[in-house]
Design a protein around this ligand. Structure first.
Ligand SMILES: *Cc1c(COP(=O)(O)O)cnc(C)c1O
Length: 416
């Protein structure tokens, strides 16, 4: 028997759930790519992309690429062969970005955070102070590491760079969390930020975004190539050059709809608040699961520092059962797809994503289904669903406010 007949829920940290409205917006005939509605619509994407990232002063380029392409674009536009790059690693993704810099010919140095902890800004400051000759040209960090689910403190890192008086470019990967948690490109003094369409931005994979400060735009090294060159891509008037060829037409229509939902209808700050509540519900549930855990069997938070648990994904370490078998079971028997442990967490963890197009029934459904799968695998847990529902309930308007809102005052119809 399988119970998985109904609407499946995808709870992996990218791609995230794509809203029906986004899919519907993409369902159309091929448009004219030289003038007309597509060209007019795309000019309007830039202001909304800037709003999502707090980047009124920064520029944003759109690439036909995934996040890895955005990584390469960031490096290729600013660095030269032989440049030293400092990578702050708290899971796996910053290291992947660093490997890319290494393949491009940069010298890569890594400061690794202890397992389950964020990057230490003091370690960054000390390393930069020791770099008296300013050989380090760029500092690379990930805001939310999607493997470990660690949240790094981006403003604290900017403060560390400033305290050391170091001129390195500050580059941040927000691929997992842009649109879902606070990020302020201008106010936090970020020089380059990379993002992609398929996580908090609710659009199919295939668009990479690179934000640049004036300082970053003044850097030009010998890694540049025609495709990654961002100079023409910042200009909304240069439609054909902006994409270095044919625009990703349907992705752009999908992105327009997603940004309308996120920026125009919900509002970016309201979306951050929604993610905070739903993530708190996940954590309340996992905390209950964790209480019954023993060294032999159970599940628990991978991230030991509560303040560093991200609002977009939660990594659970496991003991006493095979998390990949449990995930396969949840998918085939119940229609819930959970995230696998990746990198050094492979076979030792699973992940629950809570980013993007997500509401309480979806998250409570995912948690309850994960709970059923864990029980089926003999994990001795108490139910955390009540705690999760409690968090959501407390975040809602009061009952009085709700009923006033839900039942509009009666208006007498004509003739009554
Ligand atoms: C998903 C992700 C990436 C990789 O993005 P792709 O689109 O798969 O290339 C990089 N960094 C972070 C933080 C991510 O979450």
């Amino acid at each position: 028997m399988s119970l998985s007949f109904g609407r499946d829920i995808l709870s992996i940290p990218g791609p995230s759930v794509m809203p029906d409205r986004v899919l519907a917006a993409m369902h159309r005939a091929a448009p004219n790519i030289y003038e007309g509605p597509l060209v007019d619509m795309v000019a309007g994407l830039t202001p909304d992309l800037k709003t999502v990232a707090g980047a009124a002063a920064g520029d944003v380029a759109i690439y036909v690429s995934n996040g890895h392409g955005a990584w390469e674009a960031a490096l290729a536009n600013t660095l030269s062969r032989g440049d030293r790059v400092l990578v702050l690693e708290s899971g796996r993704f910053a290291a992947g970005w660093g490997q890319m810099a290494e393949m491009l010919g940069c010298e890569v140095e890594i400061i690794e955070a202890p397992d389950g902890r964020p990057v230490d800004p003091d370690a960054l400051e000390a390393r930069l102070r020791a770099d008296r000759g300013h050989e380090i040209k760029a500092v690379l960090v990930v805001q939310v590491d999607t493997a470990s689910s660690v949240l790094n403190d981006v403003p604290a890192m900017r403060a560390a760079i400033d305290a050391a008086g170091h001129p390195a470019l500050f580059m941040v990967d927000c691929i997992a969390c842009l649109g879902s948690i606070p990020f302020e490109f201008d106010a936090w003094g970020v020089d380059v930020m990379v993002a992609a369409s398929q996580k908090g931005l609710m659009t199919p994979p295939g668009l990479g975004f690179v934000y640049a400060s004036a300082k970053a735009r003044a850097h030009r090294g010998d890694l540049i190539t025609q495709y990654w060159n961002w100079d023409l891509r910042f200009d909304p008037e240069m439609f054909y050059q902006r994409f270095c060829g044919t625009a990703p037409t349907h992705h752009l229509f999908g992105l327009r709809e997603a940004l309308t939902m996120l920026v125009v209808e919900e509002g970016v700050e309201a979306a951050w608040a929604r993610h905070r509540v739903l993530a708190a519900a996940v954590r309340a549930c996992v905390a209950v699961w964790e209480t019954a855990a023993s060294p032999e069997t159970g599940v628990g938070f991978h991230v030991g520092v509560p303040a560093a648990r991200s609002d977009v994904v939660t990594t659970l370490r496991v003991a006493g059962f095979d998390p990949d078998a449990m995930r396969g079971f949840a998918e085939s028997q119940m229609g819930l797809t959970l995230g696998a442990g990746i990198g050094r967490f492979q076979g030792r963890a699973f992940r629950i994503a809570h980013m993007g197009h997500l509401n309480p029934p979806m998250i409570l459904g995912a948690l309850g289904t994960a709970e059923a799968a864990l029980r089926a695998f003999g994990v001795p847990i108490e139910s955390g669903l009540g705690a999760a529902a409690e968090v959501i309930s407390r975040a809602l308007p009061t009952a009085a406010g709700r009923s006033a809102h839900a039942i509009p005052p009666r208006v007498a119809a004509a003739g009554e």
